[in-house]
Design a protein around this ligand. Structure first.
Ligand SMILES: Cc1cc2nc3c(=O)[nH]c(=O)nc-3n(C[C@H](O)[C@H](O)[C@H](O)COP(=O)(O)O)c2cc1C
Length: 207
């Protein structure tokens, strides 16, 4: 049992995360949905970079609750996540003085949901996904623009989603909600479960 109330209240952690993100959308100057996404390489060396979180799916959704971002599957993160089947991220809102930490299992979202998200992007972004061999060496900016021209000629104004680009869904085993408290006496609630089919155990943690 814990004394959760106010911004920490609720029985679906994904709904709490959605509510916190909605609040951040009102107060952050830029990219309230930015997350620092961590993966590990084959040697266990951690890697981290920012990506944009595009969907927070509630526990009642078909996925059973998850976080989704989009990327190139052949990028460093794409390869590392594919290999480990695991990832973690943190989102921090300076304006709200809050963070959410997530650790979990990964799977690809490369079906109609990815097609829909891809189609919702600007044409330049859609072509950019085709043109960028993300994380591979690039000889010059000119070479990249030449690649953009090439894929524009090849794919026209209605490009299909590239097969090497799509969503990655993180199904959490752990979600921590953190909010700043006076004198560094922050509030922390950790939701944890041994596997995605088990019930959450919710604990208040020391700051
Ligand atoms: C605010 C911000 C948002 C970003 N969003 C994405 C994103 O949604 N997907 C993505 O692939 N890269 C995104 N990037 C670029 C990544 O940080 C990174 O440079 C790129 O994905 C290559 O990472 P990797 O070599 O570790 O795979 C974003 C960068 C910033 C600063």
């Amino acid at each position: 049992m814990s004394d959760r109330s106010g911004i920490f209240a609720g029985e679906d952690p994904f709904v709490i995360a959605q509510a916190w993100l909605s609040e951040a959308e009102e107060s952050e100057i830029n990219d309230p949905n930015a997350i620092a996404l961590a993966s590990v390489d084959a040697e266990g060396l951690p890697n981290v970079r920012m990506v944009l979180l595009k969907e927070i799916e509630a526990q009642s959704a078909p996925s059973g609750g998850a976080f989704v971002f989009y990327t190139n599957y052949t990028s460093a993160k794409g390869v590392e996540i594919e290999q480990a089947g695991k990832a973690a991220f943190v989102m921090h809102w300076k304006s709200l003085r809050r963070q959410i930490r997530v650790r979990g299992l990964t799977s690809r979202e490369e079906g109609s949901q990815a097609d829909e998200y891809y189609a919702s992007r600007s044409l330049k972004s859609r072509l950019g996904a085709w043109a960028s061999h993300q994380s591979q060496p690039l000889s010059s900016r000119t070479a990249l623009m030449a690649e953009v021209a090439k894929v524009t000629a090849a794919h026209g104004t209605n490009p299909k989603r590239p097969p090497f680009w799509g969503g990655i869904r993180i199904t959490p085993l752990e979600i921590e909600f953190w909010a700043d408290g006076a004198f560094r006496l922050h509030d922390r609630f950790r939701w944890r479960r041994p596997d995605p089919h088990s019930a959450w155990e919710i604990l208040r943690l020391n700051p």
